[in-house]
Ligand binder design. Structure first.
Ligand code: SF4
Ligand SMILES: [Zn+2]
Length: 131
């Protein structure tokens, strides 16, 4: 690797940012349905210390436009409501606030995904079955 090459996590974030921008445009034209549990996902975000308020909106970390170069631990910079509503999205961090090392904008098996949203959904499902 050349000394001028960015570290791999940075490349991953930049690539992810380009995909997210495309996905965001797609959503804004009504090309995607809402995730059925988006409100539960957004409520996980509302309790997450990574969440960042900017104006009237909550973001996963600082908005991407304000911090285009960021470690994965800083969150993805997406607006939380739009991210939670997108069925293909996942939280980028585990319950320990470490990167999941999974694509956050591609379908992932929710039964094994380590992200905070999927972990919370599994915990809720176990509670319901145990009741
Ligand atoms: S890290 Fe996950 S839970 Fe926290 S704000 Fe981002 S998407 Fe939401
Ligand atoms: Zn997940």
């Amino acid at each position: 690797m050349s000394s001028l090459s960015p570290p791999r996590p940075l490349l991953a974030v930049l690539t992810s940012a380009a995909i997210k921008k495309t996905a965001s445009l797609f959503r804004s034209f009504g090309g995607s349905s809402f995730h059925p549990d988006w409100e539960a996902r957004a409520s996980v975000c509302a309790r997450c210390p990574i969440a960042h308020r900017h104006g009237k909106h909550l973001y996963c970390g600082k908005p991407l436009i304000h911090q285009p170069v960021r470690p994965l631990e800083a969150g993805c910079g997406c607006p939380i409501i739009a991210k939670a509503q997108d069925p293909a999205e996942h939280c980028p961090l585990t319950a320990q606030y470490l990167p999941t090392d999974l694509p956050t904008d591609l379908p992932t098996d929710t039964t094994s995904c380590p992200c905070q949203w999927c972990a919370a959904a599994r915990a809720k499902s176990h509670e319901i079955r145990a009741a």
